[in-house]
Write a protein that binds this ligand. Structure first.
Ligand SMILES: C[S@@+](CC[C@H](N)C(=O)[O-])C[C@H]1O[C@@H](n2cnc3c(N)ncnc32)[C@H](O)[C@@H]1O
Length: 286
């Protein structure tokens, strides 16, 4: 399995300077464990509660973080269940909460999980602990509902045509068949942009399958309850709708540490093109 390159690693570590005297840090999206490792190395007195909904990611993180021994506890959970997890662990409040949203490279690069239109795979797109797959959304939703998903989450102006084409070709079983259904629906003048359009439609379906926006809104609410005064939350988002939830969610109950979102510099984007749409916002609990 390849590597996942952590986005804005230095900025995230510096953003949690409130941890220099120790405390409990929650990494909600431990993934390959890169951010967690950076924080555990820099702030030697912290302990980590790490979670991910994806069991494969947790295996990778377990290996990478084993050198920290008892300082690390890892769980397969959806971060929207953070409240329950902290109750189970008898932890009332924590000093840091971090989420690095979206997908890890392990997920994108796994053909059998169907996240990427560049690879042929089943229509799946589940990150883990899901109640539906991309197959269910694409083949099971009524036209109107499917159009709303695509329009709302991708702002795609050809949403109606795309949905008509999908409905005509159902059942759609693979990523290749979905790409073909989208491509064939586009007017000829738009076909040159097919990759951008397909990327956006895939992302919209993924957001629906994994209930990504609902989970994020819940996490922000939970942070208000579970962060100590002076504790910090940091979120890296990759989609404008996510960034909006973070931006407005932090307006109440937090001092905003990042007046403008922190974004990767030229060198980082060159080295890791997947970082290009990342935005980091940090708030401190008042
Ligand atoms: C971009 S990766 C994180 C990479 C990690 N920060 C690193 O440095 O290796 C995002 C991870 O978040 C996980 N994830 C996304 N939504 C989640 C949720 N609601 N609850 C738990 N994990 C989630 C995904 O499964 C994925 O492994």
């Amino acid at each position: 399995m390849g590597q996942h390159t952590s986005v804005l690693l230095k900025e995230v570590v510096e953003g949690f300077e409130n941890l220099k005297n120790g405390g409990i840090f929650v990494d909600c999206t431990v993934g390959g464990g890169g951010h967690s490792e950076g924080l555990l190395e820099k702030y030697e007195k912290i302990s980590l509660i790490g979670m991910d909904r994806d069991p494969v990611a947790l295996e990778v993180a377990k290996d990478r973080l084993s050198k920290f021994g008892q300082r690390v506890r890892l769980f397969q959970r959806n971060f929207s269940d953070l409240d329950e997890l902290l109750d189970d662990l008898d932890v009332e409040k924590v000093d840091g909460i971090f989420a690095d949203l979206g997908l890890s490279s392990f997920q994108i690069d796994s053909e059998d999980r169907g996240f990427s239109f560049k690879k042929s795979g089943p229509l799946d797109m589940q990150m883990g602990l899901n109640t539906k797959s991309a197959y269910d959304v694409v083949n099971g939703y009524e036209a109107e509902k499917l159009e709303k998903v695509i329009r709302d989450y991708s702002e795609e102006r050809f949403a109606r045509r795309i949905v008509s084409s999908i409905i005509e070709k159902r059942p759609i079983k693979s990523t290749n068949e979905l790409v073909e259904a989208i491509f064939s629906s586009l007017p000829s003048y738009a076909k040159k942009d097919w990759k951008k359009i397909v990327t956006r439609v895939f992302q919209a379906i993924r957001i629906e399958v994994n209930e990504e926006l609902e989970n994020l809104s819940k996490l922000i609410e939970i942070s208000k309850k579970r962060l100590k005064k002076g504790g910090r939350i940091g979120v890296i988002s990759f989609h404008s709708l996510e960034d909006r939830i973070v931006k407005y969610g932090l307006k109440e109950g937090f001092v905003i540490i990042t007046k403008k979102p922190i974004v990767p510099d030229y060198d980082e984007i060159k080295m890791n093109p997947r970082s290009r749409s990342a935005k980091l916002r940090i708030g401190e609990r008042t």
